[in-house]
Design a protein around this ligand. Structure first.
Ligand code: 5RP
Length: 262
């Protein structure tokens, strides 16, 4: 792998622990004003000290992240659809020049395996990798799940493997039963999305299970910023990802930060 790609990846995945806490705040690109993200700057600022990376669109980056904030960026460069339309009909929204101008550490796009526009999104990934490799920028493929897809290890394993085969440098997918098979069959690092908001103990258990079964980290959004105590929650997730904390230890940390004891 190219030196530039390795260097940028090492800003996303901490080389000391081999793990990463990515904070996903890109939801508005197809969901509009998502609950908890109505004012992205207010949501993002207190969480930045505990995140390794922010995943977002250029619009939120420009408007809601101060340029002197010390946080690597994974820029979402796909979109063009909304929750009201056929989600798989995504294209590339943001040029490579823009990504370089914004000094990002990585770029991300969604692929929709098994959906109506599967081919378009997979060729989009391949073309993006061709371009990104010219400039040493790692590509994160997000295995988005179409409306009729089951989130099981067979389907997520298929989508993750295809993403890696087409050149993605790392993959974002969902946790599922037999998750270790998804990891084993994917030759590049995997991070998991959190999905819909769960009670905090369940979200921490999800993160713990994913890390124990081989994920290098989380790219979590709603289970952090929709928590009643987002700053406590991101610290608890971080303790699992980077410090090998048990679910109980992470929950104790969540409760003590929430109570103002930490
Ligand atoms: C959508 C995304 C989102 O960033 C994402 O799903 C992660 O956030 P959450 O933890 O809320 O699921 O990539 O395709």
């Amino acid at each position: 792998m190219d030196w530039g790609i390795k260097n940028r990846l090492s800003r996303i995945i901490n080389p000391k622990t081999g793990h990463t806490v990515m904070l996903a705040v890109d939801h508005g690109y197809f969901l509009g004003p998502t609950s908890g993200l109505e004012k992205p700057d207010k949501t993002i600022e207190p969480l930045v000290p505990y995140a390794d990376t922010l995943m977002l669109t250029r619009g939120v980056l420009r408007t809601s992240v101060k340029p002197d904030m010390d946080i690597p960026i994974v820029l979402r460069v796909s979109g063009g659809t909304s929750i009201l339309s056929e989600l798989s009909n995504e294209g590339i929204t943001t040029s490579m020049e823009e990504a370089i101008r914004l000094n990002v550490s990585g770029i991300a796009l969604s692929i929709f395996v098994g959906a109506e526009y599967e081919r378009q999104t997979l060729l989009g990934l391949s073309n993006l990798v061709n371009e990104a490799e010219k400039y040493g920028i790692p590509v994160l493929a997000v295995t988005a799940v179409g409306k009729d897809m089951v989130r099981d290890s067979r389907y997520l394993g298929l989508a993750s493997r295809i993403a890696a085969e087409l050149g993605a440098h790392f993959v974002k997918t969902y946790y599922c039963d037999d998750f270790e098979q998804v990891v084993d069959n994917c030759p590049v690092p995997i991070v998991i999305a959190g999905g819909k908001k769960l009670p905090e103990p369940e979200a921490l258990e999800l993160a713990h299970n994913a890390i124990s079964k081989g994920a290098v980290g989380v790219d979590m959004g709603r289970n952090i910023f929709q928590s009643e105590h987002p700053v406590a929650m991101i610290q608890a997730v971080r303790s699992i990802v980077h410090e090998n904390a048990t679910v109980k230890e992470a929950l104790d940390l969540y409760n003590s930060v929430k109570a103002g004891k930490d």
